[in-house]
Design a protein around this ligand. Structure first.
Ligand SMILES: Cc1cc2nc3c(=O)[nH]c(=O)nc-3n(C[C@H](O)[C@H](O)[C@H](O)COP(=O)(O)O)c2cc1C
Length: 132
C-alpha cells in the first residue's frame, strides 16, 4: 500500500496500530497521564521500565511524582505545574529516582493531546540526561 501518512491516518485501525508499534518500541520512555490535577499514569512503555526500573503495571493509576525525591529541583516542578495550567507544554531536567533509589537526571517533555480545545491526556517523552 502506498500513500501519504495523512491518508493512512484516516483509517483508525491503521492509526492505532502505527501508534502502538511506535510507543511500545520507542527507545525513549513514554508516559501518558490523564488530564486531571493529579495526572495519573494510564500508560507506560517498556523503555520506562528500562529508565526507571518500574514495571508499567505497577505505575498505572499512580502519579509520576513517585519519581521525585530529596534532590528534585522544586523550581523545575513548579514550572511544570504552571505549564499544565497554561498551554500544557513543558521541557526540563530534574533529578529523579529509580525504583531502587538510584538518582538520575530525567530529561523530559510534556505535551498535551487535545480534541478541539480540551486536553484529553498529557504525554511525556523521557530519557536520561547527562547534565542539569
Ligand atoms: C505527563 C506527565 C509526566 C510527568 N513526568 C514526570 C517525571 O518524569 N518526573 C517528575 O519528577 N515529574 C513528572 N511529572 C510531574 C508530576 O506528575 C506532578 O505534576 C508534579 O509533581 C506536580 O504535582 P504535585 O505538586 O502534586 O507534586 C509529570 C507530569 C505529567 C503530567
Amino acid at each position: 500500500m502506498t500513500g501519504s501518512i495523512e491518508k493512512l491516518f484516516q483509517d483508525v485501525e491503521i492509526s492505532l496500530n502505527i501508534l502502538r508499534v511506535l510507543a511500545s518500541n520507542s527507545y525513549d520512555s513514554i508516559l501518558i497521564t490523564d488530564a486531571t490535577k493529579d495526572a495519573k499514569i494510564i500508560y507506560a512503555n517498556k523503555a520506562f521500565k528500562t529508565l526507571t526500573g518500574y514495571d508499567p503495571s505497577e505505575v498505572i493509576g499512580k502519579t509520576p511524582r513517585i519519581l521525585q525525591g530529596a534532590a528534585t529541583d522544586k523550581t523545575v516542578i513548579a514550572r511544570l505545574v504552571d505549564a499544565l495550567k497554561g498551554d500544557g507544554r513543558f521541557e526540563g531536567k530534574a533529578v529523579n529516582y529509580k525504583k531502587n533509589g538510584t538518582p538520575f537526571i530525567m530529561d523530559w517533555r510534556v505535551l498535551p493531546v487535545k480534541v478541539g480545545k480540551r486536553t484529553r491526556v498529557w504525554v511525556a517523552i523521557q530519557r536520561e540526561g547527562f547534565a542539569i
